[in-house]
Design a protein around this ligand. Structure first.
Ligand code: C5P
Length: 232
């Protein structure tokens, strides 16, 4: 499986997104489209970025009853993205339904990965708000195991958890890790961060990088730096 850097295109319009992507002459980075951009522009933004030749991770984090998720995934499968996701908290039955919906008539489907516990959730909020009393690391591994059992391809997790996820679910089970920062860069609102080189060492398969690239003075140079540290 190829390691890759995925740029989080957290913009609120197609115009800003294309102004950003136009800087990458000759390179076609793997792009993450999240809720902000998708809700602003709808399916057309996915089609247009795809037409430009980029791979796409559609990060919409589905979580609903199995039938609704299955039917929504069937619609998303027609957008021809490369990767999409859901919340493992929706249960194994919901994840199995998602796979069924996402699988096209010819048997192909985008990669499907699960969010375990969001990195914004900590032990205290999990215990107090969700009444889940186990250690958060155990909950993350349990959800990863559920995702694997349901037939998913991997999980979104903190780079700090990637090694343990591979130990629990095997090296073929993909880890997609946000929370990446350069050693000399701003941490911003991310709490637990790693450099691209550290994420590589710990075994992340894909790093998701937003502001260190999108807010850089030279986004292309920042992207190349990520690729050099993480992929080479
Ligand atoms: O700008 P930054 O590099 O922090 O962007 C990280 C991206 O990864 C954002 O799009 C954010 O929504 C996403 N993400 C995250 N933590 C998670 C899941 C997704 O930061 N646990």
């Amino acid at each position: 499986m190829g390691k890759d850097v995925i740029i989080a295109c957290d913009f609120d319009s197609a115009e800003k997104t294309f102004a950003f992507l136009d800087k990458f002459t000759g390179r076609k980075p793997f792009v993450k489209i999240g809720m902000e951009l998708y809700y602003a522009e709808g399916p057309s933004i996915v089609k247009e970025i795809k037409k430009r030749g980029h791979k796409i991770f559609l990060d919409l984090k589905l979580h609903d009853i199995p039938n609704t998720v299955k039917k929504s995934m069937a619609v998303l499968s027609r957008l021809d993205v490369d990767m999409t996701n859901l919340h493992a908290a929706g249960t194994c039955r919901m994840m199995q339904a998602a796979i069924e919906g996402l699988t096209r008539p010819d048997g192909t489907r985008p990669m499907l990965i699960a969010v375990t516990q969001l990195t914004s959730t900590d032990q205290e909020s999990m215990e107090n708000d969700l009444l889940i009393k186990q250690p958060i690391a155990d909950v993350v591994m349990h959800y990863a195991h559920n995702a694997k059992t349901a037939g998913l391809d991997g999980v979104v997790c903190s780079p700090l958890e990637a090694g343990k996820v591979h130990e629990t679910c095997g090296n073929g089970f993909v880890t997609v890790t946000p929370g990446v920062r350069f050693a000399d860069g701003d941490v911003g609102d991310q709490k637990r961060v790693m450099t691209p080189a550290e994420a590589k060492k710990i075994g992340s398969d894909y790093i998701v990088v937003g502001r260190p690239i999108t807010a850089a003075d030279d986004p292309v140079a920042a992207y190349e730096r990520c690729v050099n540290e993480f992929c080479d």
